[in-house]
Ligand binder design. Structure first.
Ligand code: FES
Length: 110
């Protein structure tokens, strides 16, 4: 039986990174993580406001079920940030209330 670890953590100098921008603030994170994970790593805890009452909301399930993580990505509103991989240069903004239906596009259209 092997005693080698099943997972290895690359040294920080070996990590490939991407930089996204959240409301003008650059956040550099390891490549391959979701936009929601990147925002949480960057200290963002208020992703959107609710359509009724404007209450601050943040990710809950991190697997595409609850829709609490909606943000605007590159001008497209209501994107589920927990299932969108962070890519270099993405411009992310808070989702304020409900988007207009005309502004909503599905991922394959964007
Ligand atoms: S955190 Fe639940 S859908 Fe994104």
């Amino acid at each position: 039986m092997t005693t080698e670890p099943l997972f290895s953590i690359p040294r920080s100098s070996e990590l490939e990174t991407v930089t996204i921008t959240f409301e003008g603030r650059a956040i550099t994170v390891p490549a391959g993580i979701s936009v929601a994970a990147a925002l949480l790593v960057g200290g963002v805890h208020d992703f959107r406001s609710s359509a009724v009452g404007q209450a601050p909301r943040a990710p809950y399930c991190m697997m595409g079920v609850c829709f609490e993580c909606l943000v605007e990505i590159d001008g497209v509103p209501a994107r589920q940030s927990c299932i969108v991989p962070a890519q270099d240069g993405m411009q992310v903004r808070r989702q304020i209330g409900a988007p207009a239906l005309d502004d909503v596009r599905f991922a394959e259209e964007s």
